[in-house]
Design a binder for this molecule. Sequence first.
Ligand code: HEM
Length: 352
Amino acid sequence: MDGIARVSFRVKLENVEDPNNHFFHSLKLLLGKGQEFNWLYSLSSEFAETSTFIPQPFPSFCNDYVLIESTVTFPFLKKLAPSFQLSDTLFDTFRQIMFDRRREKQIECMQNPRETQEKCEDLADLLVECYEKLNSPEFRRLGITETTVLAQALNVAALDMVSATQTMMAYYLATNPQVQANVHQEIDDVISGKYSGRIDNETVNCLPYLSACVNETLRLAPPLIRPERVCNKDWTSPDGKIRIKKGVTVMTPLWAIHRNPEYFPDPERFEPERFLGERSEEAKKCYMPFGIGPRNCIGMRLALETLKVNMTVILRDFQYTVRQDTRIELKTGLLYLLQFHPVLLDMVLRKP
Ligand code: HEM
C-alpha cells in the first residue's frame, strides 16, 4: 500500500496501524480487504451463459478468444447484496489529495510558471489537470464531473494485483524447490556476483529465469480473470459457429485460456521453462494476463518491474518453504479478481 501511495500520489504512508491514517484505511476499503463476497453479490451483477458458446474441450482457436455472453441476472439483488463500500471517506481522501496538490502546484507555478506547467509526474498530477477542466465546454459536453475524475483514482487498486501475484509466486516456488533453487542460483550469479548486490530496474532485467517464473505465475493465477469488451457490430466467426450481436459483452476467461493443453502441455504444472528460448514463442500465442490490444493494461511494465525487484530482494536472502497449514483457498463470489485467503508459508534465511 505504501508502494501504491508513493507511485500514484507521492504520498508517503506513516504509521499504517494508526486508526487516523485515512489513506491506508480508504485503500483497504477500496481493495475489499477483509470483505467477503457471497453468492448474492455474484448473482446481482452478471451471469455468464457459458453453455451456448464454449466448445469442449478448450478450443484450438483460443488465440481468437473464447466467447461468452453475459447478462445482468438479478439486478434488484444489488440492494441486498454486499458490494465494495465506496464510502464518502474514500472520496474525501482522494479529494483532499487533489486539493493539496492543486495548492502545491499553484504555489510552484507562481515561483516558476514555465516549468510547473509542463511537469506531470504522477496520477495525481493528471487528475489535477482534469480538475482544472471541470467547467470547460468539452467536459460539460462529455458529462465529466468531479465524481468521474475522482473515480479514476480508483485505478490504483490495480497495484493490489501485484501483491496477489507475488503471493502466488512465493507459493509456487515453495512447492517447486528445484525451480526455487534455479532462481537462487541465477540471483547469486547475476546480482550478488556480476552486479555486486545492486538490485534495480537494470539488473533485474538480466534475470531471464526469474522473469519466466513471473510469467508462469501469471499464467496459472492471472489476477484479473476476465477482461471484457463490448461488441460494436454484429459478428460471425469464419466457420459460422459463433455469432455475437452488437452490444453483447464479450468476456475472456483467462484461467481457462492459460490452461489450453495444446499450447501448455501438462497445464497445471508450474514450469517456467515454457517462457524461455524458443518455447516462449509458442506459449505467448495463448497468453494474455495483461489483456491485449490498444486497451490492454497500462500498468504492465510497472507491475512486472515491481514484481521482479521485490522477489529479487526477498530471494537473495530467503527461501520460501511450505508449512503443514499451507494451502490455496479461493475467495468466492468475486467477479473480476482472483483473490485467495492468506497463503501461509515460512521464510527461511539462506546460509551466506
Ligand atoms: C500483476 C499486475 C496486473 C495485472 C495482471 C493487470 C491486468 C490487467 C488486465 C487484464 C487489464 C484489462 C486489459 C484488457 O481489457 O485488454 C488491465 C487494465 C488496466 N490496468 Fe492492469 N494489471 C496489473 C497491474 C496494474 C497496475 C500496477 C496498474 C496501474 C498502476 C494497472 C492499471 C490498469 C488500467 C488503468 C487498466 C485499464 C486500461 C484501459 O482500459 O485502457 N494495472 N490490467
